[in-house]
Design a binder for this molecule. Structure first.
Ligand SMILES: O=P(O)(O)OC[C@H]1O[C@H](OP(=O)(O)OP(=O)(O)O)[C@H](O)[C@@H]1O
Ligand SMILES: O=C(O)c1cc(=O)[nH]c(=O)[nH]1
Length: 263
């Protein structure tokens, strides 16, 4: 779905998210990538990751705090869900009732994205609710660990920033199941398309350049649901090339060759 001009550039807003030379990508991906690059949410250099790998790029979702940026982020999640839901293939056609955002960062993603879903596709998504967990159960007032929509009998999409090891997603899935909900998909902002860190007990070497499974692939296999990302490393490389940023694209490609996931 192509959002209206109103959604692309509100009067008086900054130019954040204006499509530039990344046009070969789906327009919502190109706009999101432009936002990330313009606002330096995607940075380039040498960054040590949780895994210990040194990455030539780093994606910092905490930087989406300004009004225009959080709107661009929520719009991109909504557009990715809408694009996925519009698939002609009934197996891929995504229908859901609740966006569940694991605390804490997922909370803002779930709440802002339901607003944008209702704004961009009211006929399909006005009924969608949000829900999130408390990190610590509350024993007074309404009590409990889940806030927002009831999960029982509902089709749930988990929304989060990234998958690193998949631990937070597994915890969220257990909570959803314990409350009687059914997981139908997971959506994240960026898929780094990286293999899981090497298992030295299996004689693996992280730098061997042999593709192995990713955390996203493991979640897909374990739970049998699609994992949607707004953009992937492949999209980033394509976007950088289209913008003439050949050196950054090459550094990302070299990194990807080393740590490429097989799934
Ligand atoms: O374990 P994974 O599923 O791979 O996800 C990694 C998650 O861990 C971080 O959040 P964290 O749980 O630290 O909570 P926060 O949102 O409060 O920072 C991060 O923002 C991801 O959401
Ligand atoms: O793997 C990580 O540690 C990581 C990568 C990235 O791009 N962004 C982030 O916040 N963490």
């Amino acid at each position: 779905m192509e959002p209206t001009a109103r959604h692309r550039h509100l009067p008086g807003s900054s130019s954040i998210g204006t499509p530039a030379a990344t046009a070969a990508l789906a327009p919502y991906k190109a706009r999101f990538l432009d936002t990330c690059l313009e606002a330096q949410i995607l940075k380039f250099g040498g960054y040590t990751l949780k895994s210990g790998r040194i990455s030539p790029y780093f994606f910092n979702t905490a930087l989406f705090h300004r009004a225009d940026l959080v709107r661009a982020l929520a719009t991109a999640y909504a557009e990715a869900l809408i694009a996925h839901g519009e698939s002609e293939d009934p197996i891929n056609k995504l229908e859901f009732d609740v966006l569940f955002g694991p605390a804490y960062k997922g909370i803002i993603l779930a709440t802002t994205t339901v607003v944008q879903l209702a704004e961009l596709a009211p006929e399909r998504f006005s009924h969608v609710s949000f829900s999130f967990n408390r990190k610590e159960a509350k024993d007074h007032g309404e009590g409990g660990t889940v806030v927002g929509a009831e999960l029982r009998g509902k089709r749930i999409v988990i929304i989060d920033d990234v998958v690193t090891a998949g631990t937070a997603k597994r915890e969220a899935i257990e909570l959803i199941r314990a409350h009687g909900g059914t997981l139908v998909a997971i959506i994240v902002a960026l898929d780094r398309m990286e293999k899981l860190p090497a298992d030295t007990n299996k004689g693996e070497n992280d730098e061997d350049g042999i593709p192995r499974g990713s955390a996203i692939g493991a979640l897909k296999t374990e739970y049998g649901v699609p994992i949607i990302s707004i953009i992937t490393l492949e999209d980033l490389i394509q976007g950088l090339k289209a913008k003439g940023q050949a050196e950054k694209a090459q550094n990302c490609e070299d990194y990807w060759k080393k740590y490429r996931a097989s799934d």
